[in-house]
Design a protein. Structure first.
Length: 463
């Protein structure tokens, strides 16, 4: 069995791969060490400025691992270079080997030979699941925020007695990310079918345990996702439910929906909707041809018929009252599969019809999934079924899908600025719909700024 782990520098690949291999009784292949060994030879032999010469030399090299040690020792042409390949000078030169097509071709073949001899292997790098082992039984992609990766790498360097500043290290990691993602051969990308894990909020042991349980067939979470359009019954259930809810919406709530042209016909997008009532989750998708994936409270996933229906209509659970990293990771994974995902970024229903502060999880999803953000505003649902009432009332409801905010625009924003951008747009859409709550939403926005709830709000309001 082969397990691949890909991801950017500092995401935890090496430590996780080593621990996972130990827990499963597999061998661990650190492919990055192979490229470092080639870079070391290039520096020692004056080939760092001669890509053709390096390509010829790598064909004569033997990069091996001593599996009797833990972690395995790295050998270059019979000599131990485990420590020598971890110096800053070699780190800076590693891209010379990684970006050389002839070098990569030779090392890819060596990695495949190592895997064939090893039997069961956990291998980590940047192209393991895409180029080297595209048919691996299990593929994982580890990621983390730049800030967290910088913190981890800085701690590692300090343990080694190396001087480091966070700003310079973050810039170095960013440059390395850009090189890895944009190189012409073996670029860093998410392998098809890979399980994506954002390690930012997780400990090393939590990541290893999540992966181990996956490989050993143990349940990772308390629900099972079948997927959009997997089977005639799921499609039938979604279509029939949509027709029924459309009928109810028209007859009882005179629902009017605008902005459908703003929903992409293909590809992923994150919908962010204000939360006025219990009617909101089923209102969002009734006017669309595409299926929507959405979060529902965890209490609905306790087994039985209710969970069965929710799972087959693309719902997944979220724990209320605290940050739920499992739900965030699942939302990111579904977006990366190309689906439409809806969230209620205020995290709870409104008590007065106004737009509340935006939860921090929004920025995590946007920056990890790299998708456009579509603000959606519902108006009238608060009057139809206000919080605290047992049953809905007959009231008119309007829903508008706003203009997509492209990822290229959002990627430049901090989490606070992104929250401000979305909240401002939702309030603007409230005004556009003639909402009686628009003025109060703006006043609440200003009050939140004065109370220091969102420092970035000051720049938006005074602009």
């Amino acid at each position: 069995m082969i397990i691949t782990i890909d991801g950017p520098a500092g995401a935890g690949k090496s430590a996780v791969a080593q621990r996972l291999a130990q827990s499963l009784g597999f061998k661990h292949l650190d492919t990055g060490a192979m490229y470092r060994a080639v870079a070391l030879a290039a520096l020692e032999e004056g080939l760092d400025g001669d890509p053709d010469g390096l390509a010829r030399r790598v064909g004569q090299m033997q990069v091996n691992f001593d599996w009797s040690s833990e972690p395995p020792r790295v050998q270059l042409d019979g000599r131990d270079v485990t420590d020598a390949i971890r110096t800053p000078r070699v780190t800076q030169a590693t891209h010379l080997a990684a970006s050389n097509p002839q070098v990569r071709a030779v090392l890819v073949e060596q990695q495949r030979r190592i895997a064939a001899a090893a039997g069961s292997l956990v291998t980590e790098g940047r192209d393991q699941g895409t180029v080297v082992f595209p048919t691996a039984e299990y593929k994982f992609y580890l990621d983390a925020s730049l800030q967290e990766r910088t913190r981890r790498r800085a701690a590692q360097w300090r343990d080694q007695g190396r001087a480091v500043t966070l700003d310079s290290l973050a810039a170095q990691l960013q440059r390395r990310d850009d090189r890895d993602r944009n190189r012409g051969v073996g670029p860093l990308t998410i392998p098809p079918g890979a399980i994506v894990i954002d390690t930012t909020p997780l400990t090393l042991q939590e990541v290893v345990e999540l992966m181990r349980r996956t490989v050993q067939g143990q349940p990772r979470v308390s629900y099972t996702y079948r997927g959009e359009g997997t089977g005639w019954f799921q499609t039938l259930l979604w279509t029939a439910g949509r027709f029924l809810l459309q009928t109810i919406a028209i007859l009882f709530f005179r629902v009017r929906i605008t902005g459908r042209e703003n929903i992409p016909r293909h590809g992923a997008a994150l919908l962010a909707t204000n939360h006025q009532s219990l009617l909101d989750p089923w209102l969002i998708g009734i006017a669309l041809d595409r299926q929507i994936h959405y979060l529902a409270r965890e209490s609905l996933f306790r087994g039985g018929f209710v969970q069965y229906v929710f799972e087959r209509t693309n719902a997944f659970p979220i724990r209320r009252g605290r940050a739920d990293t499992t739900a965030i990771r699942e939302a990111i994974a579904r977006l990366q599969r190309g689906y439409l995902v809806n969230i209620f970024p205020e995290a709870t229903r409104t008590v007065d019809g106004t737009i509340a502060p935006i939860a921090a999880g929004l920025a995590v999803i946007i920056h990890r999934a790299r998708v456009p953000l579509i603000p959606v505003v519902i108006e009238g649902a608060f009057e139809a079924w206000p919080r605290g009432k047992a049953w809905p009332r007959l009231r008119s409801i309007r829903l508008h899908y706003g203009r997509p905010l492209p990822y290229a625009e959002l990627v430049q924003l901090s989490p606070d600025a992104l929250a401000v951008r979305l909240r401002s747009e939702m309030i603007r859409l409230q005004r556009q719909l003639g909402s009686p709550h628009a003025a109060a939403s703006q006043q609440r926005f200003a009050a939140d700024w004065q109370q220091g709830r969102r420092r970035a709000v000051a720049r938006e309001i005074t602009a």
